[in-house]
Structure formats: structure tokens, C-alpha cells
Design a protein around this ligand. Structure first.
Ligand SMILES: [Zn+2]
Length: 483
């Protein structure tokens, strides 16, 4: 008995030593780079940014609302203010309003880089809730306000300003550079990014890397991390909406049958909601823990260094917040539920829509199989509703492409940490994954608990200093990435 206890005790000591050994080896892998001196901002850049926002290039769900005069105005805006980009680079338009610029590099053996952004923005749902006018107030207290300020004219103007500035200076990149500006990202990109990606594919363009919007510099958003952290999106979730319909005999509500279409459908929806897709510690989350774990407090560091052992604990913690939960599983959101027209008539049909955002590692088919299994009722018909796409592939983090982006961030933003992570929404960049696996998603503005809700929401805004650093970032990225 004594011997057994002794053996167990030694095993326990060894186990604890193993845990601490892992922590000891869990060292910072942050790229150490000195910040560079801030370069001058092109004169008038802020007013051009304000003017770009004032042009109402809105993508509406209903195509009939599309206002081509605004998009024509935006074409003229680009042509008027970025003359060198139009004269010195090859310029091609797609469906009139999407743009592809091609800057030829000195060394044609090198693969090109692709910088992306989109011209369109989402509609304004509640204009009265804005503290400024969403299109015309522009610069207020050194902050640029307006729909599209973050998403995504920050990127459009940031890229175009840096390109025009470099052209003025006579900069000649080694690699080719493509600049892709779609005009319908907010409605899936069918006429913009999809066609641009297909065009590049037809030309056998194999990019060194692609950089689009998607993640940003977070401040106070990740528990356990102090200070601003640049998040580089290395994958994005898939998208699936399933339409559930039930057709049954109706009748008068005075003599109801045992079950109606409403009963069957509500049970089905509640089964799907109560049986979520399985949680998983994805490769993206693992890459995040590798990069950020050593920078975090000792508790998080200990757990992340031993993630195989503490997997359940990590997942339990992640599940507690909405964004954490979305990072560890395919999410389930019933978004439409409808049946019935009169209070004393049992409806013959009922319909619901459930939206899923699919975690990398799962597919549309996996989710559909899961839904059939948990509903387990032949009376419920399940169909895919309009657009659906699988999650993007996961882009590598241990290559020179990721390092170029990381380096550019750290040269412009002193003392910042950076990490890969998962994009929970969808961007145009997913269309470019047919060209390369090296697709990254990052815009250099700050997102904090204070301004997070203004993304697609109220009082969308960017401080002037962040916009200026945005131009500097794209400039630096072109210089680093193209050489
Ligand atoms: Zn966007």
C-alpha cells in the first residue's frame, strides 16, 4: 500500500513537472522590430477620405435600390484624385464599378501581392440615432465620421493614397502589385471580387499573398491581454442558412389536431438550438494561443501551454462569451419564424430560417447532417436558402508572407503585439482563396469596447491619427511585401 502511494506521489510530481516544463518552453514568438520614423502624410488625404465617405456607395439587399449615380461619382473621384495610379498602372473595371489596378514590378519571376478593399458600404438603419450626419459631417474633433469610414473606405483610401504617394516618389516595386476594389462586398461580391478573382485565375496569377480587411487592432477586447494587439485574420467562417418548412393539414382552432405545423416546426427549431454543433479547439485557435499565450497572465499562460490537458477548461471558458463561443463552434441562429394569418385558423404551413456560421474544419454537409439528426422528423423539410459557402482554408503563419504583414504593423505601431485569429464574419477575400492559400485579413484601425458597435452601426468613425497611420501601414507593406 505504501509503495503504491509512493508511486502515485512520484507520478504526480512528474506530471506537475511536465506541466511546468511546458510553461517554461512556452516562450514569446513575437517578431521584434523597431518602429520606423513616421513618414509624411500626403497633403489633402484627410479631406479626400471625407469626400470618399460623402459619396453614398451603398449596397442594398434589393437590387432595385442600387444608385448607380453614386458609384459613377466614385469612379470619377478615383480618377480625379489618383491620376498616377490611373496613368502608370494598368487599370481594368469590372461591371463598371469594381476596379483592378496592376502595378508591374521589376522582377517578373516574383509572385505578385494583392491588396484588397471594397467601395460599397451598408445602408443606414437608424439615421436619427447618429450624433452626426452619416455622410456629410465628415471631420469632427479630429475624428472622421460617416458610413463606410471603417468598412471599408479606410482601406480604399489608405491603399490609394499610399500607392499614389509612392508613384509620386518614383518608387518601383520588385514584385507586381494588384489592387482590387470591389463594389458589392456587402452583398457577397458577385459582380466585384468574384469576377476579379476569376479574371486573375484565368491569367494564372498566383499571389505571394493577399491582404484584405477583416481584423483590426483590438484594445481591451481580449480577456487577459493588456494594451493594443494587432489581430491578423488567417481564416474566416463559412455561411449557411437553412429553410425549415412544415406543411400539414390546417383547420379550425376550435377542433385542433394533436399537432399542427407550428407545433412541429417549433419543436424542430428548438431541437436545433438546444443541440449546438460540437465545440472544437480549431487550428486557428491553437495558432492564436501559440502567439498570445506567452504574452498573457500566468494563469492563461499555464493553461495555454498545456492546452491538450486543459482543453475542456479552455472551451468552457470560451463558451461563456458570445464571441468566444463563435470562435469554438459553428453557431446556430434562428433568424426567421413565420406561420399563420388569423387568430382562429390553424395554418397549413410554417417556415423558419436558421443561420449557421461554420467553423473551419466543418463543412456545409456536416451542418446539414447534424440538423437532420437532431430534428429527426420527416415532416420537416430542410433546404439551403440562397448563398452558402464553406469556411475558408486556414492560411499559414510561419512563412515570410505573414512576417511581411507582421513586420509592417510593428514598424508603424511601436510596442504592439500581434496574433493570428479567426474572422467571424465574411469578407471578399474568400473569393481569392482560389488563387492562393496565403490570404490574410487586417485593417490597422483600433477596435475597442467603445467603438465596436459602430461597425455596420451608429456613429461609424476613425480618429484622424489612425487614418494617417493606415496610409503609413499600406505604404510600408507595399515596400516590405514587394521586395
Ligand atoms: Zn467590409
Amino acid at each position: 500500500m505504501k509503495k503504491l502511494f509512493l508511486a502515485l506521489f512520484i507520478l504526480l510530481i512528474l506530471f506537475i513537472a511536465y506541466l511546468f516544463y511546458n510553461v517554461y518552453n512556452f516562450k514569446s514568438s513575437q517578431l521584434e522590430v523597431d518602429a520606423i520614423e513616421a513618414t509624411p502624410i500626403p497633403e489633402g488625404a484627410v479631406s479626400r477620405y471625407v469626400e470618399a465617405i460623402s459619396i453614398r456607395t451603398i449596397s442594398f439587399e434589393d437590387e432595385a435600390d442600387f444608385d448607380s449615380t453614386q458609384f459613377k461619382k466614385f469612379n470619377a473621384f478615383l480618377e480625379g484624385y489618383y491620376p498616377l495610379a490611373h496613368s502608370e498602372l494598368e487599370h481594368r473595371r469590372f461591371n463598371e464599378f469594381s476596379h483592378l489596378f496592376h502595378w508591374k514590378g521589376k522582377d517578373q519571376r516574383l509572385k505578385p501581392i494583392v491588396l484588397m478593399a471594397h467601395i460599397d458600404a451598408v445602408p443606414i438603419a437608424t439615421p436619427a440615432a447618429w450624433s452626426v450626419h452619416p455622410f456629410t459631417d465628415g471631420l469632427v474633433n479630429d475624428t472622421i465620421y460617416g458610413r463606410g469610414a471603417m468598412d471599408c473606405k479606410f482601406g480604399v483610401i489608405g491603399i490609394m493614397e499610399s500607392v499614389e504617394q509612392l508613384l509620386r516618389e518614383g518608387f518601383a516595386p520588385n514584385r507586381d502589385i494588384y489592387i482590387s476594389l470591389g463594389h458589392d462586398e456587402e452583398i457577397g461580391g458577385p459582380r466585384g471580387a468574384v469576377e476579379i478573382a476569376q479574371y486573375l485565375k484565368s491569367k494564372s496569377v498566383d499571389p505571394h499573398f493577399v491582404l484584405d480587411e477583416g481584423m483590426a487592432i483590438t484594445d481591451g477586447l481580449i480577456p487577459g491581454i493588456d494594451g493594443p494587439t494587432a489581430i491578423i485574420g488567417i481564416a474566416e467562417k463559412g455561411y449557411l442558412s437553412l429553410e425549415l418548412t412544415v406543411a400539414m393539414e390546417g383547420g379550425h382552432s376550435s377542433t385542433p389536431q394533436k399537432e399542427s405545423s407550428i407545433d412541429v416546426l417549433s419543436k424542430a427549431v428548438s431541437n436545433v438550438k438546444e443541440n449546438p454543433c460540437p465545440r472544437t479547439l480549431s487550428p486557428v485557435l491553437s495558432a492564436f494561443m501559440d502567439k498570445m499565450g506567452p504574452e498573457m497572465d500566468s494563469k492563461a499562460k499555464f493553461v495555454f501551454a498545456n492546452r491538450k490537458i486543459f482543453k475542456s477548461l479552455i472551451l468552457n471558458e470560451m463558451e461563456k462569451t458570445n464571441s468566444g463561443n463563435a470562435s469554438v463552434r459553428t453557431t446556430t441562429s434562428p433568424t426567421i419564424f413565420e406561420a399563420g394569418i388569423k387568430d382562429n385558423v390553424i395554418p397549413t404551413a410554417a417556415r423558419a430560417v436558421i443561420n449557421f456560421r461554420i467553423i473551419p474544419g466543418e463543412t456545409i454537409d456536416d451542418v446539414i447532417a447534424h440538423v437532420h439528426k437532431v430534428i429527426n422528423d420527416d415532416r420537416v423539410n430542410v433546404e439551403i436558402l440562397n448563398k452558402a459557402f464553406d469556411p475558408s482554408p486556414v492560411s499559414p503563419v510561419d512563412n515570410s508572407q505573414y512576417e511581411s504583414i507582421d513586420r509592417s504593423i510593428k514598424q508603424i505601431f511601436p510596442n504592439i503585439k500581434s496574433t493570428p485569429n479567426l474572422v467571424l464574419g465574411a469578407t471578399d477575400s474568400r473569393h481569392f482563396t482560389i488563387l492562393t492559400n496565403n490570404v490574410y485579413r487586417f485593417s490597422p484601425f483600433k477596435v475597442s469596447p467603445k467603438n465596436m458597435s459602430c461597425f455596420h452601426g451608429i456613429d461609424e468613425r476613425v480618429p484622424r491619427s489612425e487614418f494617417e497611420n493606415g496610409i503609413r501601414f499600406y505604404r510600408q507593406l507595399i515596400m516590405n511585401g514587394s521586395n
